[in-house]
Design a protein around this ligand. Structure first.
Ligand code: FES
Length: 166
């Protein structure tokens, strides 16, 4: 009889422990997703990654600056993640070698120039500078992308299928 009580007691404690752990995990996940990012306020200067780590054939995302860094003709370029159409976050797609907006299907080449879709212009750029080895992105200095229909400045056709499922 005491074995049954022990088992019931054990299960009761197990459930309670599980609920506490699930609550803690849920709280931590919510906090991690919703907390403000340090230095993420646009309008400021953000130190990002070493210039040597900026790729020349793909793009790397820097969340604190809401930007994608890539190199065009050996120059570091910082492309704002915000789609010029209606402001969705544009994503880099490795399989196509393009930036893609899942909201309405705009596509941009690696230099951020519009290839297709409703975006009226290419992705906007932030000013960049060198801070020691690091790339400094000035999110307060924005240059608008070239109007849609402009000639592309790089010769990089899509590599393959896209990632967006708009
Ligand atoms: S918000 Fe990107 S295509 Fe509409």
């Amino acid at each position: 009889m005491s074995r049954g009580i022990d088992r019931r007691d054990f299960l009761d404690r197990g459930w309670k422990t599980g609920i506490v752990m699930l609550s803690a995990a849920g709280f931590w996940t919510s906090w991690d997703v919703l907390r403000p990012l340090p230095g993420s306020g646009l309008g400021g200067v953000v130190n990002t990654i070493p210039a040597n780590d900026v790729p020349g054939s793909t793009a790397v995302y820097v969340r604190t600056a809401q930007t994608y860094l890539t190199k065009i003709d050996d120059e570091v370029v910082a492309l704002w993640q915000k789609c010029p159409h209606l402001g969705c976050r544009v994503a880099w797609c490795e399989t196509s070698g393009e930036f893609e907006c899942a909201c309405h299907g705009s596509r941009f080449n690696r230099a951020g120039e519009v290839r297709s879709g409703p975006s009226p212009r290419g992705m906007d750029r932030f000013a960049v500078a060198a801070e020691g080895d690091l790339v400094e992105v000035d999110t307060g200095a924005v240059t608008e992308g070239a109007p849609a229909g402009s000639a592309e400045s790089i010769d990089e056709p899509p590599r393959g299928s896209g990632c967006a499922h708009a």
